[in-house]
Design a protein around this ligand. Structure first.
Ligand code: 7TS
Length: 409
């Protein structure tokens, strides 16, 4: 399938916005959904909507098979050893909060350190701030190189025998950098720490092998990888998950409930209190099938090509500042930028009038904005359905933005 054929599988893209064909360049915020994912969810609700893990009736069994079948698809997708290590959550945010509130709370003490970086998304900062406050542990920030990349030398200096948790994003949602997670995990382990990976921006775009990375936990969201909102994954090594306490208590996650004490189900269900996200999981399973049919390596290579093309075209615009590494080979498929002194919200507004959707703001990364010494930026992010033509339209839109604001001021 080429990009044009892929694009046709996303019905939402076939529309006009403000009288112009839609150019969707905000997939880092959320991706669009292809027909097979929409149909899988539709089919579940039309044909076998039922609660899971409880009844013997036929619809209940079909729903349970769909839900647990999706778990096996996720297991294969990230090469986890067992489905016991795959927990369905609401998304990356919930997954990281679960690790912090359970593993963090039980394993951190005064004097222990949690290492994160300046480039993290708020959902990989605040849960650690909270658990640091509760346990007396200290939050330490790994410095960034001038171009926003991480140096392993800095990792070796920052991670010490006091470090208990290292939590880092695999791909930055602002700088587009791809971090050397496997190497960082090795350094973390040499120091007796665990490695938590925020995979929100990597899982949709590249092959992930949790055994090869040797990470202890991995968090990602379905909605950024062609799946529905409201579903995500927490992968954890069984040896950790087995010892961890659930953070939500109630139906579904229990084995025996007494008047004053209760016991939990085995993995992974002890972490899935309440009626689970059944349609979401089934939709995520369909998204994984879709991405694998195209091929994650192919998607990654295609997005690198788009990023290189965008970097080349965009940097030729006068007054353009692009954040993150200049070399396209170090970047994933997104470009964060500012143009002259135009406020990024104004950039996004002018582009929207041209039918082009980009994100403007702090991208839930205020510490990184501070590090970049800006209050906000604009960002164009690409996915498998974007084409060079989309980037050409973005570049024309940016030239128009410049002209518009040079006329105003
Ligand atoms: N981590 C990273 C690296 C992210 O990019 C995001 C969302 C999250 C965590 C949170 O994911 P959620 O699904 O739990 O919300 N990033 C963005 C973004 O860049 N623009 O909008 C959402």
């Amino acid at each position: 399938m080429n990009a044009r054929e892929i694009r046709q599988m996303f019905p939402i893209l076939d529309q006009e916005v403000n009288g112009k064909p839609l150019v969707y360049l905000d997939s880092a915020a959320t991706s669009q959904k292809p027909v097979p994912v929409i149909e899988a969810i539709d089919k579940y609700y039309r044909e076998y909507n039922s609660n899971v893990h409880r009844g013997v009736h036929t619809l209940g069994t079909r729903a349970t098979d769909g839900y647990e079948g999706a778990r096996e698809k996720v297991r294969k997708f990230i090469n986890a050893k067992s489905t016991e290590e795959v927990i369905f959550t609401r998304g990356t945010t919930t997954s990281i909060n679960t690790v912090a509130a359970s593993y963090g709370r039980d394993n951190l003490n005064e004097g222990d350190e949690i290492v994160i970086t300046y480039m993290e998304h708020h959902s990989n900062i605040i849960p650690w701030q909270q658990v640091a406050r509760q346990t007396g542990a200290t939050l330490k920030y790994l410095p960034l190189q001038e171009d926003g990349t991480i140096s392993l030398e800095d990792v070796r200096e920052t991670v010490t025998s006091n470090t208990k948790i290292v939590s880092i994003m695999q791909v930055s949602n602002v700088l587009g950098v791809m971090n050397p997670i496997k190497e960082i995990a090795k350094i973390a382990h040499e120091n007796g720490a665990i490695m938590v990976v925020d995979g929100a921006q990597s899982a949709p775009h590249m092959k992930i092998d949790v055994q090869d990375l040797d990470c202890d936990f991995l968090a990602f969201s379905g909605h950024k990888m062609c799946g529905p909102t409201g579903i995500g994954v927490l992968y954890g090594k069984k040896k950790h998950l087995e010892k961890m306490e659930p953070v939500e208590f109630g139906g579904e996650m229990i084995d025996f409930v007494g008047l004053y004490e209760s016991t939990w189900k085995e993995l992974p269900w002890k972490f899935e209190g309440g009626t689970p996200i059944i349609a979401g999981a089934i939709g995520l399973g369909a998204a994984i099938d879709f991405l694998e049919q195209i091929g994650l390596d192919e998607i990654e290579a295609y997005e690198h090509k788009l990023a290189a093309y965008a970097m080349e075209k965009m940097s030729s615009i006068d007054g353009m500042t692009i954040y993150g590494p200049k070399e396209a080979s170090k970047r994933a498929g997104l470009v964060t930028f500012n143009i002259d002194d135009v406020h990024p919200h104004d950039v996004a507004t002018v582009l929207d009038a041209e039918g082009i959707a980009v994100r403007a703001g702090h991208h839930c990364a205020q510490p990184l904005m501070k590090w970049l010494k800006v209050s906000a930026t604009a960002r164009a992010s690409f996915y498998l359905y974007n084409t060079e033509e989309d980037i050409d339209k973005l570049v024309s839109g940016l030239v128009k933005t410049k002209e518009y604001f040079s006329d105003v001021f």
